[in-house]
Design a binder for this molecule. Structure first.
Ligand code: ACO
Ligand code: ZN
Length: 223
């Protein structure tokens, strides 16, 4: 009975004012001032990106011709943590994720790719894990669920494999994609996640990948 009620409530929301913004993709209730404010904020970040003015104490872990990667740790100053939260909010809104509280908040490592224009154009959030389930190749045939209906329902092996590092978020600003920013973020993560060792491909895992994330992960893990 509960499920039925829930269905009715969801259908109701769709009818009463849920709008999808054509530019930023956010779904929000146009009649709610709170939602409108949240949308205005997301809309601006989505189109303009998030500025990074530079910090007095910043941990630069990699430098490139087109930018640098800064690592943020849980005990860093509030201004650093706030910046990470701002980026995560943009990423989660874009991915349609609900705010998830990390399981090991004090062991999370975040990597921000800062462009030459002083904007945050890439983000990778990682946490320690003990095991992961390998994604199996996509099921095919008439029995398989339509990929349109369940974007994230990749079939996973039910045999856990040991892993060390879980990538809970990876994201690149939409205008900077396909410039190897994600690849450089993962390379840097493998170098900096554990002191004194470079993590192997089999020691890292991508959690709940999107179609983009899966294409990237497949390519990254095979090269
Ligand atoms: N389609 C096909 N192949 C792709 C794609 C794609 N959308 N993205 C990456 N690849 C492959 C390519 O082979 C690419 O190499 P090439 O450009 O030389 O052909 C290779 O992966 C390396 O790609 P990068 O340039 O390093 O990847 P990019 O910086 O564009 O970032 C990312 C990839 C992070 C998935 C980006 O598309 C993105 O932010 N998407 C939206 C957010 C998202 O879905 N993130 C993943 C969520 S899952 C999770 O967080 C665990
Ligand atoms: Zn918008």
């Amino acid at each position: 009975k509960e499920t039925k009620d829930q269905l009715i409530i969801d259908a109701g929301q769709k009818h009463f004012g849920a709008t999808t913004c054509k530019s930023c993709g956010m779904v929000y209730a146009a009649c709610s001032p709170e939602d409108e404010l949240q949308h205005a904020q997301h809309h601006h970040r989505f189109l303009e990106g998030i500025r990074y003015a530079g910090w007095k104490k910043e941990r630069v872990v990699a430098e490139f011709w087109d930018g640098k990667i800064v690592m943020v740790l849980p005990r860093d100053p509030t201004y650093a943590i706030r910046k990470v939260e701002e980026v995560q909010e943009l990423v989660d809104n874009e991915l349609g994720f609900h705010q998830v509280v990390p399981r090991y908040p004090n062991k999370t490592k975040t990597f921000l790719f800062i462009s030459d224009e002083k904007k945050v154009v890439g983000c990778l959030i990682a946490e320690p894990i003990k095991q992961a389930f390998r994604v199996l190749s996509e099921p095919t045939g008439p029995e398989s669920p339509s990929s349109k209906e369940c974007h994230r329902a990749w079939q996973c092996s039910n045999v856990p494999e040991p892993a060390v590092c879980g990538i809970s978020r990876i994201w690149v600003f939409r205008l900077k994609r396909r410039k190897r920013i994600a690849r450089r973020l993962v390379d840097t993560l493998r170098n900096w996640f554990m002191f004194g060792c470079f993590l192997g491909i089999n020691e890292i895992a991508f959690s709940d990948p999107t179609p983009d994330g899966k294409l990237f992960a497949t390519k990254y893990c095979n090269t």
